[in-house]
Design a protein around this ligand. Structure first.
Ligand code: ZN
Ligand code: ZN
Length: 330
């Protein structure tokens, strides 16, 4: 029950739920309290066991979107800063209470949903070894949505400052990485590479017009990344495109790209509107707990999306038919 409550009610408190369980079982003769820490740990272990059954026995791929198939139209990338984690979270007041094993604890789900920080750091270091860092803002038009940078400064209060999430055109999560500073083009490049490995045809980003130049620059220095640019196209999400210069609105608008099939490019915002509610919880978690929790939440989200997919696809088809007949009925 707690598994569903936690994922459906973002502000629900595990402590209060355990207390409630204690209150319910007291009249039936329970002695002592429900141990909150054990309760939380047991729930995590139970969730991971279920995940392992799904993956190893039922052979499910939790990040696979059946309507997209093996050649998805779009992989997107955008940052969500509300899923941050405070540096002070999990810190002890007295050094004698320090538990070194917590520092080396690995997340249960590995990089099934959230890619490892080491891999992201290695990629960023590789790019910065040949391309110099700059604090210059890469903006286009009067863009109020985004202030993308090739590099960014540090946030002293937070350890993880947020998450960059990649989604498909059906609103399913395909992967994510942690941010430890602001969102930069090197982060976007990592997610772009993830989308390329997933065989996506297009990459969608809020400042793709500026990012694409960066991706070509990286491809010229590191030829192994050039196919990402040559084999994929890029486009702007429909709403964000409105804030770009007129030339971008023509050249990079998803509406004018062939084989994009009425993709909006804002589908990941659905994920964000849900995920941002967990910010109150994740900012006080330890690093491993946060990653376990968010990975489980992504799997839960994708599972729910899959259940609703038939109705969603049917409605979408209906809308396309109405549009088609409105335009071509004469
Ligand atoms: Zn999809
Ligand atoms: Zn632009």
């Amino acid at each position: 029950m707690w598994h569903h409550i936690q994922h459906k009610m973002p502000s629900a408190s595990a402590n209060k739920f355990a207390e409630t369980l204690g209150e319910i079982s007291k009249p039936s003769g329970r002695v002592g309290q429900v141990n909150v820490h054990l309760f939380k740990k047991a729930k995590q272990e139970w969730e991971f066991l279920n995940h392992t059954i799904d993956v190893k026995i039922k052979m499910q791929d939790k990040m696979y979107c059946p309507p997209c198939g093996k050649r998805p139209i779009m992989g997107s990338s955008d940052g969500i800063v509300k899923l941050m984690r405070l540096k002070s979270a999990g810190a002890v007041r007295k050094s004698k209470n320090e538990r070194p094993e917590l520092q080396t604890e690995k997340p249960f789900y590995g990089d099934a949903a959230i890619k490892s920080d080491e891999a992201v750091k290695a990629r960023r270091d590789l790019i910065y070894s040949k391309i110099p860092r700059t604090k210059q803002k890469e903006m286009c038009g009067g863009s109020v949505f985004k202030a993308a940078r090739i590099d960014s400064g540090k946030d002293h209060k937070s350890d993880e400052t947020g998450l960059i999430v990649s989604g498909c055109r059906h609103g399913m999560v395909k992967g994510a990485i942690n941010m430890h500073h602001g969102e930069t083009f090197t982060h976007t490049h990592f997610i772009h590479h993830v989308s390329w490995k997933q065989n996506c045809q297009f990459f969608c980003n809020d400042v793709v017009c500026k990012y694409w130049k960066f991706a070509i620059r990286v491809g010229k220095v590191f030829p192994q990344f050039m196919p990402m640019v040559n084999e994929m196209g890029g486009f702007l999400p429909r709403m964000h495109a409105k804030a770009h210069y007129l030339t971008c609105q023509v050249l990079w608008n998803v509406h004018w790209k062939k084989r994009t099939a009425l993709t909006i490019g804002e589908e990941h915002e659905q994920v964000f509107s849900r995920m941002s509610q967990f910010g109150y919880v994740t900012k006080h978690m330890t690093k491993t707990n946060r990653e376990n929790f968010l990975s489980a939440e992504f799997f839960y989200w994708n599972k729910r999306k899959l259940f609703r997919m038939p109705k969603f696809l049917r409605n979408r088809l209906l809308k396309v038919r109405i549009l088609f007949y409105a335009v071509f009925k004469t």
